[in-house]
Design a protein around this ligand. Structure first.
Ligand code: AMP
Length: 116
């Protein structure tokens, strides 16, 4: 059984966060340490620690991440200019919170994919 993270508490509204969207499958909230004018995290409500733990039964929730990203990008007015969707996996991927999440980052030109 994977250990819960702070994101489970946000999903259950046990700790504060700026929640922008929630349904039965996913929750989206503003990143506490934004790297761009728009920086939103979209997470499945069920705990999946990393991309390495993804199973076919998760496909519905993980697909929902994209439809919600599309909606939130439109709501933020960044759809036409563009944005970046990021999922980090484990240590080399720079993952800090072990509850799978999609970063929706935009509102400025983000430059090349990787900075090292
Ligand atoms: P990652 O490095 O992909 O695991 O990203 C984790 C992200 O979660 C970072 O961008 C953090 O700023 C963000 N984060 C951590 N704690 C919170 C929180 N309580 N509310 C909102 N975002 C958070």
């Amino acid at each position: 059984m994977a250990e819960e993270t702070i994101f489970s508490k946000i999903i259950r509204k046990e700790i504060p966060a700026q929640i922008l969207y929630q349904d039965e499958l996913v929750t989206a909230f503003r990143d506490i340490n934004p790297k761009a004018p728009t920086h939103i995290l979209i997470v499945p409500n069920t705990l999946i620690p990393t991309v390495n733990d993804v199973e076919p039964e998760h496909e519905l929730a993980l697909g929902r991440l994209f439809t919600v990203a599309r909606k939130l990008a439109a709501d933020a007015g960044i759809a036409e200019d563009g944005y970046r969707l990021i999922m980090n996996c484990n240590r080399h991927g720079g993952q800090e919170v072990y509850h799978i999440h999609m970063h929706l980052v935009g509102g400025k030109s983000l430059g090349p994919l990787l900075c090292c």
